[in-house]
Write a protein that binds this ligand. Sequence first.
Ligand code: PMV
Length: 345
Amino acid sequence: MSNHQTEDVCVNDWVNQVLDTVKHNTPATQASAYAPSNIALSKYWGKREANFNLPVTGSLSISLADHGTKTGLSVIDAPAHQVILNGEQVGEHKSFAIKINQWLDRVLPSDLKLRIDTHNTVPTAAGLASSASGFAALTLATNTLMGWQLPEYLLSALARLGSGSASRSLWHGFVKWQAGELADGSDSIAFPLKPQWPQLKVGLLTVSSLSKAVSSREGMGRTVATSALYKQWPQKTEADLASIEAAITNGDFETMAATAEHNAMSMHATMAAAWPPLVYWQPESLVQMQKIWQLRQQGLPLYFTMDAGPNLKLLFEAQHQADVEAAFPEIQIITPFSHVTEVRD
Ligand code: PMV
């Protein structure tokens, strides 16, 4: 057996252990769930183990309220699962369907086949990753369909098997994913943080809606393997995480947002130093960054973060929304704590 196959058996063993008493529950006929998309303020970049999607470091994200994925599941009498994305059937050889089938085949009895009806509430053109909200919604819907009633930390670990950042998409608000140390990832789980920040805004600035040529999975692998700058990354990002978490607790916007921007720029620097070089930016990304830096110099408290793509996610507070909209008329604004009414003093 190859190494890869052995690891795969380990993942299946772990899943079987977790679902030991519930895997063969009689499913309901249908179930559905919603999960928000999320963006990391301190990033997950690099795996210490690829089959379980175990990260080198912890990360901390903010969920994007009503921007996410709604997934409906229904039991079907068919030889294979059917994956529908935004109303259209996805061919079984497309990577989107392959990943979903792989995840379902790990957790379901082999004779149970489902129709998976996935709707992204984020316009695809917004340039947000949908794999995080997609796997989180799939995990929550499967938990309901199968009557697993698993604790949230196990659902987070199961969602992580589909996509690392999905472990953080089970909750609204700020979420921390701790790296953990165990080989089977039982302690590599996410959990929501208490502080809320009703004035916090996230602005989506879409530079390009084309799908990226290099997936984050491949990008991370290449960076860890070839970038000398990656050696600095674990220490840098763990320090950023601690400082962002403290800033969230203290309601210190400047520290939180500045550290998030610095963290994103540092991550992109590790990628640029990979070989072959990995640059997700488009020329327009840099134009927008310079505009933000200029506005900041003029006194506007405006920062950004970026993931493995060319689009910027702006961070600012409600009192500056009009200025931000005036500078970026095309921006799409999200209020992560839109469900919270009280105002932080
Ligand atoms: O979960 P993945 O494999 O899509 O990787 C996410 C990587 C980043 O978006 C760049 C960082 C993060 O923490 O979300």
